[in-house]
Design a protein around this ligand. Sequence first.
Ligand code: SF4
Length: 861
Amino acid sequence: MAASGESDVVKIEFPFTPYPTQIKFMVKAYQLLQEGGFGVFQSPTGTGKTLMIVCTALQWLRDNEMSVLKQQLVREPSTAAEANAAQPAKSAPLPLWLTQSKATREQEELQAWVNERLERLQQRKTRAAIIKTQSKQTMFPVGLPGPAAKKQKVTQEPAAAAAAGGGGSASASVSARPAAIDLEFLLNSICSTSGEEEHLRAETSRFTKPQILICSRTHEQLKQYKEEILRTSHAAKVVVVPLASRQQLCINQEVRSAAHSASHLTDLCRTKVDEGKCQYKKSSSRTADLALSEVLDIEDLKRWGSKESVCSCPYFGTREAAPDADVLLLPYNCILSRDTREALGIRIKGSVIVFDEAHNLIEAINSSHSCTITQSQLAGCRQDLEAYLVQYEKWLKGNNSANLKIFIKMCDHLHTLIQTETDNHTEGRSHTIARFLQDAQLEHFPLNDLRDWIRDPLFLRKLRGFSECRRRKLARQAGGPNAQYASSSLHTLVEFLSGLLAGTSDERILVWPGGSGSGVEGRLEIMNLNAEERFHDIVKDARAVLLAGGTMEPRREFAPLSSSLPAEKIVHFSGTHVVPPSQVFVSTVTNGPDGHPWKFDYASRSQDATLRNLTAFIASLCAAVPAGLVVFVPSFDFLAHLDTYIKSHPAVSSEIAKHKRVFVEQRAGARGGAGGGKAGSDGDELPLFRDFRQYVLGTDGRARRGALLFSVVGGKLSEGMNFKDDLARGVCVVGCPYPRKDLKIRQKMNFLDTAASRARREGEGDAQQRITGREYYQCLCMKAVNQCVGRAIRSRSDYGAILLIDSRYGVGATQQQLPEWIQKSLTLTIGQDTTQATMATALPSPLEAFFRRMQSTSRSN
Ligand code: SF4
């Protein structure tokens, strides 16, 4: 039964009685959607954030769809003639009967549009029912109807017509048929449609359906949205379509196995489609039918599309379905780049856009506008282009031959630029685009013409075919690995060149040297510095943009994204935890057992005295904290020192071993690395985490035991892992994990400082919202800390301790960058006064008391 999140402002259907913090979240979010604007919403893990977003957005759509459509009747005139026509002379107001007649006509037009959409959806449902029924029967392979099938078409016609007119009885009439029939014929008798027609209809329609776009980082997270939508009372009526790239949705195995990069897969698909050789493309409307008839995720659609009887491309199917959807579920990479948005037909104008897991949104915006090419890719391109030139020069037209030569020269120049940095042992160099072209001696190259020439699909395909063939031959001769690598390099070079030409003064080209012996390749990277500018279109055109996350502090980082909006259009919400503050023990630990202030900076953290103090403290925590204790440290180097120290000091290791077994995260790429094995993909469990979980929970058939897990801030275990209940009764963050100020970070800081001081100097309205380089750097650190501490409390019944170990956590300004619910629990601060008791005697005692209290409370519940 549905309960309601009700206030005097709004009523939102919710599957159960919401907590007060959930009501506050939903009311505020509803207001944002209603009034439009930009919101940053923080709601800790375990508070039902996904369900709150779903219920709010679907309720808003249900309440407001018609009024939003009606607003479109009063649209802005798009031409001067329309403007004049819409501007009647002041002296001659329209008579009332004419105004009323116009209003009536427009209402009828809108109603007709709504009815047409409903009818279209009903037809899609009927088609989907037929597809599902027929998938259980033997079918002729699609695209290969034999003579018998053709004959069947004729004999089946009356039954097909019955299905078309039969509405809800479609599946019954279909199941009564002989097994082998022509499915396409049957579907067309109900409604024949194509992706092009659907897009044309959406483009030319007077009305644009308001849509909710829900974006998240992974398909696993988007799948959760599908599941939460199914829990709501809206599930039966709402149309939800998942979108993704070809890389995720392509089901043509031949294409998938031949492709060695996303861009290569796109290219192979285009070739197949142009040549009419992908059997899945021809019937892509079938996956559109399925997507529009029930709530499915991309895995469901791939399964359906791959069935022999359905044989339908989910990529083109979902694109076809998208204009009719109420909700689109899509990963970040489908929306952040304008090119990708346009390729997928995603409409921003008037939409409500939710970015979930938005704490890394700025990095995602930047990386979606970045591109990297390595030295070996450049060398591969050069070899292939030269071999092509040698082989075909006498047949090539003059233009092609000249362009190939220029391209080869360009590869040489770029290669040399990287090599110079390597030879000079620099840490890399940053250039503006103009300076880069100058330093690479490319300023006189006809780059625009070259880009257009190489992007010709036919020529690119020929080059790629040649290069693959050549590399395979070479590999066969040498008995080495095959040659697919170099062919993808050509795509990367084209992408790099396109990025260079599309770049603005906000882009930097970073030239990274190769690290001799370290295996790090020299490379060129286009780096975007101005996420705000790239995000501007989204904020400008969308009705509302909502950034949501479990830990969105420090939220100041997001201020530039909304700098084009007036202050009253910007909303912040920080929800309390559903867990009461009494279930969370938070403490800063500013001083070591010897009473000295603790500062785990780069210079002092590996010193013997620091390690001695820290390991003694950790040993005391092992005794005080039950079950799982997770200790995050700033870097793998520091973790290696710590691990070695413990192993080489039997007194410490035996003290720890009395209470906990030690698990240590390994650097990615190291033997057993990435969390102790192959990096988990979307939804996989990391082997180290699995072993730790089994040990603590006793799911390996043995009793529950205590364990200490050392992990690195920013590593695989610091984000997205669910350390619920006994898995993390204690979470410690040792030191402030400021990232190394490398070339990239310095560029970004300089850029922000310049923009902030220009805004102040010129009195720009958004000057207050701009962050400085220093603030950005602080944000990077605290964002990482907040991700780590967010691992501790995962549900209402959970409880645990969070310890922030460094004197810098004792500063008020730092504490203000913690999530509000943690700040509220920050009641006990140890060692502020260095003359007081050291933490070794001051902390474990209240900690033990806390756990005794919590354990007795949970026993009595
Ligand atoms: S049409 Fe679809 S299935 Fe065919 S190659 Fe392209 S993405 Fe893959």
